[in-house]
Write a protein that binds this ligand. Structure first.
Ligand SMILES: Cc1ncc(COP(=O)(O)O)c(C=O)c1O
Length: 405
């Protein structure tokens, strides 16, 4: 078929591929333990749903300004003032269909052919595919398990060339859960500011940080290079609102105006009812956020302990988001399974557990496990994974001993 050439540069999201196969099996009646999904298992908080019901009852069902209603843009300003002590005006905010559209708008407005855009890997695939869709070239700075997938400012700065247009930082990171340190953020911001390079910060998991850590990267970027910073985030993960599609980009008003032009010619405003729900989420009580965070922390600790009881699952305990990213090369090569893609396929086929293979995050040898599901299902999932590994052992394909030292 004669499709536009840009489409040959991107692929189907691997997370959606796993979800589709898991869904197919589930429809056949298979009891699938889904550890692939990147979304909270909790219901949306009641006061948020009540706001949506009220919006419907009041027939708040018409077009709104494409950038979102003023009250919601104000709510983002208010939330960020409380959380990060930064002063933002509504004209510096656009409401988008999730953080994904905030990032997409930024890519389309800022990047073009000939530009290089630096980001860090393992990465969430849409970040890189959006750079390609904008005709720019992604430059990946690799982070490593051995030091907890730390984003080193020096590595990012070393990747800068005269063609670098922007640096995209995702913290907490999907899939590694790593947080950038404030010192690294300061060093990158200073290097970028000195060269007129944009920083796009994807802080979609900003509310999911488990250990006491000062992580005011928004404050740092605003203080040092506000005129070249775009922050992208959403209500999706923090308020268990993935399906509502409520996100935002915060940046200089000219950039936000350009995003609004783009959005005005594509999707227009996000759902009007969702906007009322978003206001309730951002301005209402935040207790549910804390409750969910505590539960995720408990799950992270449990699953990490269960999995790493077998030393062939080498796994960092992440500081944020809701994923573990174990390294399983010790299981792969000796078992005849050649890749984590094959491992994930076999896991789904043999013991009906869905995980996302590392290849999707540019990280063969790893898989991503989401712990955004109940402890009971997580236990069942880990039991099945262990059972699957034991069958590989029994078949004589792998030894019970780790190969790594
Ligand atoms: C790192 C990262 N950024 C952005 C998004 C998009 O979030 P949303 O559902 O709000 O569009 C996701 C979703 O999984 C993500 O993991």
């Amino acid at each position: 078929m004669n499709f536009a050439s840009r489409m040959s540069r991107v692929t189907v999201s691997p997370t959606l591929k796993v979800a589709a196969e898991a869904d197919r099996l589930r429809r056949q009646g298979v009891d699938v333990v889904d550890l692939g999904a990147g979304e909270p298992d909790f219901g949306t908080p009641k006061h948020v749903k009540d706001a949506a019901h009220a919006a419907l009852d009041a027939n708040f069902t018409k077009y709104t300004p494409s950038a979102g209603v003023l009250e919601l843009r104000d709510a983002v300003c208010q939330r960020y003032r409380l959380d990060y002590d930064v002063a933002i005006k509504p004209e510096e905010v656009i409401i988008t269909a999730g953080a994904k559209q905030a990032l997409y708008n930024s890519a389309m407005v800022l990047f073009e052919e000939g530009d290089e855009v630096i980001t860090h890997g393992p990465y969430w695939p849409s970040i890189v595919d959006q750079i390609k869709l904008a005709d720019a070239t992604p430059v990946i700075v690799h982070t490593h398990m051995d030091d907890g997938f730390k984003i080193h400012a020096s590595a990012v700065i070393d990747a800068i060339t005269p063609r670098t247009k922007a640096i995209i930082i995702n913290s907490p990171c999907n899939p590694t859960g790593a947080l950038i340190s404030e010192d690294d953020m300061i060093a990158i911001a200073d290097a970028a500011a000195a060269r007129g390079i944009w920083i796009v910060a994807d802080v979609t998991y900003e509310k999911l940080i488990y250990d006491v850590a000062s992580h005011n990267i928004i404050g740092i970027l605003f203080e040092r290079m506000r005129d070249k910073t775009v922050i992208c985030s959403a209500a999706s993960k923090a308020y268990a609102m993935t399906g509502w599609r409520c996100g935002w980009a915060v940046g200089p008003k000219d950039v936000i105006a350009q995003c609004n032009v783009l959005q005005g010619h594509s999707t227009s405003n996000i759902n009007s009812i969702t906007q009322k729900a978003g206001i309730a989420a951002l301005t209402g009580p935040q207790d549910d956020v804390a409750t969910m965070l505590n539960e995720y922390r408990k799950r992270r600790d449990l699953v990490h302990a269960w999995l790493t009881a077998d030393p062939r699952f080498v796994c960092v305990k992440p500081g944020g988001a809701f994923y573990l990213f174990p390294y399983i090369a010790d299981l792969l090569s000796p078992s005849g399974i050649k890749s984590s893609g094959e491992f994930a396929e076999a896991l789904l086929k043999e013991v009906s557990v869905a995980v996302t293979p590392g290849e999707g995050f540019d990280s063969p040898g790893y898989f991503r496990l989401s712990y955004a599901t109940s402890i009971e299902r997580l236990k069942e999932g880990v039991n099945r994974i262990q059972r699957f590994v034991a069958t590989l052992e029994k078949a004589g394909t792998i030894s019970g001993q780790p190969i790594r030292n």
